[in-house]
Design a protein around this ligand. Structure first.
Ligand code: LLP
Length: 425
């Protein structure tokens, strides 16, 4: 019963549970995660890339239940902060399967990562190499990857493009910084350089940029061998695998990604006389995004001069992506039958800000009215994790569906939660 179903009569279910029932039981707005579907996505990744290490990018969506699902499915975990690491540790996530990221890791975060015994730390600046080396306990060696810039432009929006030169992530190959980082890392006895990392950006829907990046990084592996006489065994190609947000859209096809990137790695390594490096990939959105949806209640419907506004009980606090990236979504009326023709409406939130829009051009029945329930699809990644408390709005709960049953995994944030950290006068 995995997956989300919308029936013409207004019936809508997630993993076999009616959305109306979820709204009644847990209130709105609410994030709903189809655990079964999410686990199937984890398995599909492992099956498509049996020789690779699949590391889920926690930033897309993380809570303790999620960390447990990822652990149980045998994936690794990419964490990018001390907070994400703490969640992973709280569920006993195997430390050797954790990859620690960040372009500006604090000394406390580096120490926490070392204390936890994380499997890989991805170094992102020259200075970090010396700092990290000095923090490693005597007699130990920390495995690291060096993050380099492959100079490949890909990704859906400038704010989520990280493969090109002159942005804050990674070390430039062209400028010589990447080569210098490698030399420095190899010179530190407390560090074990095991490979290279890159992350091109997000919401990439074709394998081609990954093939190019793989070739660029393998060429660097060849130059490292020639200069230092070492063959680095790992190649981390990051995440960024795109998903469909709108009807008719196509995400990155996992099978063709696996085949084409796998072939490119094999062929290019062979051409340079290198053993094929072990691949690491870091999908976030493609694992959790399609497994989630958000339920909202319609509060008000208003006719503007040239369009209709449908205002719901959530908004930019639970989904900042339309504001940040111009992201577009599919929204549907659920829970009742409507024979009205559909028309284009703008779904707006309840925040005190004119740009608080969830969908510019939603197709909704013309008789949409207060009290109706709306489901917005593909909100399992970068929604809960990017939610804010703007206007002192508590963040929505996360409800997990599995085995035809719903359970709360993160409760709704209440005004008391928000005030608890306000120490007063
Ligand atoms: N690995 C690294 C090093 C990353 O920086 C990221 C995402 C990922 C993996 C996972 O990327 P994914 O497969 O989820 O695309 N907030 C933006 C996305 C920012 C992604 C940042 N890094 C959004 O809502 O679209």
């Amino acid at each position: 019963s995995a997956g989300t179903r919308f029936e013409p009569g207004g019936g809508a279910t997630v993993g076999g549970v009616a959305m109306t029932e979820l709204a009644a039981r847990f209130g709105t707005p609410a994030y709903v995660i189809d655990e079964t579907d999410l686990r199937e996505r984890c398995r599909a990744y492992r099956a498509a890339l049996p020789g690779a290490e699949v590391v889920y990018a926690a930033k897309a969506f993380l809570c303790r239940a999620m960390a447990s699902w990822i652990r149980e499915e045998g994936l690794g975990l990419d964490v990018a902060s001390g907070g994400e690491l703490a969640v992973a540790r709280s569920v006993g996530f195997p430390a050797e399967r954790i990859v620690f990221h960040g372009n500006a890791k604090t000394p406390q975060e580096l120490s926490a990562a070392l204390d936890a015994g994380v499997g890989r730390i991805v170094v992102d600046t020259l200075a970090e190499i010396g700092h990290l080396a000095a923090l490693v306990s005597f007699g130990r060696r920390q495995k690291i990857l060096v993050r380099v810039i492959p100079d490949v432009d890909a990704g859906a929006h400038p704010a989520i493009r990280t493969g090109g030169e002159d942005q804050k992530f990674g070390l430039s190959i062209a400028s010589g910084a990447a080569g210098e980082a490698v030399a420095r890392a190899l010179g530190q006895s407390s560090l074990e350089l095991v490979g290279l990392h890159c992350h091109l950006g997000s919401q990439i829907v074709t394998p081609e940029p990954y093939e190019r990046a793989a070739r660029t990084l393998i060429e660097l592996l060849g130059r490292i061998r020639d200069a230092h006489g070492v063959v680095l065994p790992e190649l981390d190609l990051g995440g960024g695998h795109g998903i469909a947000y709108l009807d008719g859209e196509q995400g990155l096809d996992l099978e063709s990604y696996a085949r084409r990137v796998g072939d490119a790695v094999q062929a290019h390594a062979a051409w340079l006389g290198l053993p094929a490096p072990r691949l690491i990939i870091e999908p976030g959105r493609a694992v959790s995004g399609p497994a989630g949806l958000t339920l909202y209640r319609v509060i008000a419907v208003k006719r503007g001069l040239s369009r209709v506004f449908v205002a719901v009980d959530g908004g930019m606090s639970d989904n900042p992506r339309p504001c940040l990236y111009g992201a577009r979504y599919t929204a549907r009326l659920v829970g009742r039958r409507s024979s009205a023709t559909t028309r284009t409406a703008t779904i707006v939130g309840h925040h005190c800000e004119a740009g608080d829009t969830l969908a510019e051009d939603a197709e909704l029945p013309a008789d949409i009215r207060p009290g109706d329930l709306i489901a917005v699809a593909a909100t399992g990644a970068y929604h809960h994790s990017m939610a804010s408390t703007y206007n002192m709005t508590g963040r929505p709960p996360v409800i997990a569906i599995s085995g035809g049953r719903a359970r709360l995994v993160v409760r709704r944030e209440e005004p008391d939660d928000l005030m608890r950290r306000d120490v007063g006068l």
